[in-house]
Design a protein around this ligand. Sequence first.
Ligand code: UT7
Length: 334
Amino acid sequence: MVQHAGRGIVITGSGSAVPTMALSNQELSQIVDTSDEWITTRTGIRQRRLAAPPQSLVDLAVPAAEAAIAMAGLAVTDVDLIILATSTPDDLFGSASMIQARLGATQAVAFDLTAACSGFIFGLVTGAQYLRAGTYQNALLIGADILSRWVDWGDRRTCVLFGDGAGAVVLQTADRDRLLGFELRSDGTQNACLTLAYQGDPQSLTGPVAVAKGTYQPIAMNGQEVYRFAVKRVPEVIEKALYRAARSVEHIDWLLLHQANQRILDAVAQRLKIPAEKVLSNLAQYGNTSAASIPIALDEAVRQGKIQPGDTIAAAGFGAGLTWGAVIFQWGPG
Ligand code: UT7
């Protein structure tokens, strides 16, 4: 079944923004018991960018969004939908509205969407449904996260992996359809593998009435379980999305995976028999930036001229939830 019902959708712009502050593996090894050699060989990461204390998620998201809107050739007031995929909003009530205000996107409705490292893929499909239905014409999707706020900087099993950043794309309705197929999945039975969970202690208010007062606990992860899950499930979901798009692996010009670990990228590519030169990777510079990793890698490849208009991209995200999903699309308008 090809998922083309309704209006056509094109991705017409991309943008990204990362903090200037960098933390190298060497510097990290002075904080926890690790080494550049371990991190590089096990993950491919050499450094990560970290948001400086006053820098907010909105500060990162806005320039990424502005760059995407400019590439699309839109006026900001043309944007009628903003979706912010994030697990780390500045405000638990949501940060999308602040982005809408800072952009001056006065005609846009804005909301947050949480699906951890799959957030960008889930957001792409969510935005596409509004466009397919004819409800909106120009959607801005931002994937942004500041996981450094929630990492335990004393836990070497997790703190070496993550970095901060933001990426964005503009989706527009069009006669020609470039969003070819998708597949989204969730499995809450494996939720405990990767958490950033709220923990509260009872605070008595009056008589038997009590509330749970506390905060979110740092990221906790069973790395080996998540690794096994990704290497098994991501090829499956890409194959399913390809089937829905009536395409096969040979049609893929670029494999654009959530940037979690170079070994996961390599293993997924190997299982799908996709050659290494078609695999986009920027892990070495940024580490795992959660919902931002796919749009940052996309934007870099577009601006470097690697991705050309009409190229077919298989993008897949995976992470906490557990959630995972893939979208097959062709880059650019026309
Ligand atoms: O965004 C989605 C989410 N997350 C992921 O996709 C992560 C998926 N998992 C992974 O990428 C990998 O499992 C990790 C990179 C997290 C870990 O790599 P691994 O090859 O699975 O290592 P491991 O957990 O099996 O640990 C091997 C050894 C252990 O020591 P022993 O027990 O063999 O003595 C760990 O204690 O490496 C040790 N270790 C470290 N050593 C130095 C774990 N972390 C570190 C570290 N530096 N940072």
